[in-house]
Ligand binder design. Structure first.
Ligand SMILES: Cc1ncc(C[n+]2csc(CCOP(=O)(O)OP(=O)(O)O)c2C)c(N)n1
Ligand SMILES: [Mg+2]
Length: 522
């Protein structure tokens, strides 16, 4: 058997034996040995293959698949620029400890810097963003696959394939394969969180630093403090609309806590971050302090869910928060126009199943306008909050589930159009919120500066439904809540897009500002 075929088969065999079920391949010649070995495994029912032509989309698709399945997902591409297209998703995986196994094909090392075609310095190209790297040559990978490293984030193996690249034998190399997934390495002992303050708050970052909803719910129950959750769809007892009423400096001052326990990172609202800063002490629980956020500052730090020893809660304190939340709920319920706020409120109330929420306004509007509830499984890319790869991540998540819904802004939608190219079996409904540009910028200090529309607003004037239709995807544009509700009642089947055509970005920013001003007097 030739050297490249031997290396590819050893790797694929080990992956299957380790319990890996899915792989994402992008087309190319140099990766032929591993692509063909994976194809052979898929023909035997040992692996589900997903083919995505754009490596950036491919890697995000795998990211979504890995997040939703909890299993490592290999991505396979050819040499050269293909490798660099993996970088955005590798960074997102790095910042959120997602097990992405990056398998890049390369030419033999002696061809580097010789002018050989499609040959660049792709060894260590991802720098410190991967937990483990190896530049592999020869017929057999000399080490066991670094599966332990994968449990802590992305891993890169650069595979030097020399010619011939096609198999030269027909041996039954996949017989007697034994699937023996290795148990996840035991985590470090978590320790005990002892608090003797009654006026504390528990703040939960959107993806909980990777902790499970159950682990975080247990901490919330033991503390019995007001819970501020960036994701109000996973914690029914969270204080709804906290991000909104905390925008009032007066309210924030009255509610300054003695202690803030923060789970994961909070990246959505300045108001919530200001509240955390006003606490006398901050305790952080975040497994990512063991890998990526190693310099995070806090009075006390835990890298796993701790046991909690708390003194009985001050129920008056909890009630103060609940009253403010109820008053804000009333104001939120009174908004009746077709706007990004009412859209978020209604989506949050009516969605079911698995939901991916894109960066920018969509995730912030859900945080602000949803009534806290449960019964939904949520995902978002909050490692680096990119507006890239959002369709692909959602497709990967939908592939690991029966179906999913994605809520995505127009720029994020346009950014990842190639995510819509290629066959998938996924059932994904995309709700594209079209405000013709980056609506978030109208809510930031740069709103209205000279050149605002050119460098921040970036209107495109495109018809998103027509674009989707051109890609063979069914799409419908809606301009009212009732039309949206009619569309949402239909079953999710294949990929479909509902384009919500929104009023102007300026009008939305003015409405948000007005709402916050009204909150000053509640
Ligand atoms: C890859 C990437 N490029 C640029 C940004 C900066 N950015 C943050 S939000 C945003 C606008 C997003 O617009 P859209 O998706 O339409 O959402 P909206 O703000 O309108 O809700 C941009 C460009 C980013 N986060 N990620
Ligand atoms: Mg937009």
């Amino acid at each position: 058997m030739n050297t490249s075929t031997s290396l590819a088969r050893v790797i694929v065999r080990q992956l299957i034996e380790a319990g890996i079920t899915d792989a994402v391949i992008s087309p190319g010649s140099r990766n032929a040995p591993i692509s063909l070995a994976m194809y052979a495994a898929s023909e035997k029912g040992l692996l589900n293959l997903h083919i995505r032509i754009d490596e950036r989309s491919a890697a995000y698709f795998a990211l979504g698949l890995a997040k939703a399945s909890g299993r490592p997902v290999p991505i396979i591409c050819t040499s050269g620029t293909a490798v660099a297209n993996y970088h955005p998703a590798v960074l997102e995986a790095h910042h959120s400890n997602v097990p992405l196994l990056v398998l890049t094909a390369d030419r033999p090392a002696n061809l580097r810097r010789t002018g050989a075609n499609q040959t660049t310095e792709q060894a260590r190209i991802f720098g410190g963003a991967v937990r483990y790297f190896a530049d592999v040559s020869g017929g057999v990978f000399p080490l066991e696959l670094p599966l332990d490293s994968l449990h802590r984030g992305p891993v890169h193996l650069n595979l030097q394939f020399e010619e011939p690249l096609l198999p030269d034998d027909s041996s039954d190399w996949l017989s007697e394969i034994k699937i023996l997934p290795k148990a996840k390495p035991a985590g470090k002992s978590a320790g005990t969180l002892k608090v003797n303050t009654a006026r504390g708050v528990l703040v939960i970052g959107h993806d909980r630093g990777g902790l499970s909803v159950a682990e975080v719910s247990q901490i919330a129950k033991d503390l019995n403090w007001p819970v501020i959750s960036e994701d109000p769809l996973s914690f029914p007892d969270a204080i709804s609309h906290a991000a909104l009423f905390l925008a009032s400096p007066t309210i924030r001052k009255n509610l300054a806590p003695e202690t803030a326990v923060v789970i994961g990172r909070t990246t959505l609202s300045r108001s919530v971050n200001a509240l955390i800063s006003s606490a006398r002490s901050q305790i952080v629980v975040d497994p990512r302090m063991a890998t990526v956020d190693t310099y995070r500052v806090a009075d006390q730090r835990f890298i796993a869910a701790p046991k909690v020893e708390a003194k009985p809660a001050d129920l008056d304190w909890l009630e103060q928060w609940q009253k403010l939340s109820q008053r804000t709920s009333k104001l939120v319920a009174e908004i009746s126009n077709w706007s990004e706020s009412t859209l978020a409120r209604e989506l949050a109330a009516n969605l079911s199943g698995t939901v991916f929420i894109a960066s920018s306004r969509p995730i912030r509007d859900i945080e602000s306008f949803a009534s806290a509830r449960t019964g939904i499984e949520t995902f978002a890319n909050r490692g680096l909050s990119g507006i890239d790869g959002n369709i692909s991540t959602a497709l990967g998540i939908a592939t690991a589930r029966q179906s999913a819904t994605a809520i995505i802004g127009d720029l994020a939608f346009l950014h990842d159009l190639t995510g819509l190219v290629g066959n998938t079996s996924a059932n994904l409904r995309i709700i594209a919120i079209n405000n013709d540009g980056g609506g978030i910028f109208s809510t930031l200090p740069q709103a209205g500066v000279a050149g605002f529309e050119t460098v921040f607003g970036t209107p495109h004037g495109l018809d998103l439904a027509q674009i989707a239709t051109g890609l063979g995807i069914s799409a419908k544009t809606v301009t009212s809540l009732s039309e949206l509700q009619t569309e949402m009642k239909k079953p999710i089947s294949g990929i479909s897009v509902i384009v919500c055509q929104m009023p102007s970005r300026d009008a939305n920013a003015a409405q948000l500002k007005n709402l916050v001003a009204n909150l000053e007097s509640i």
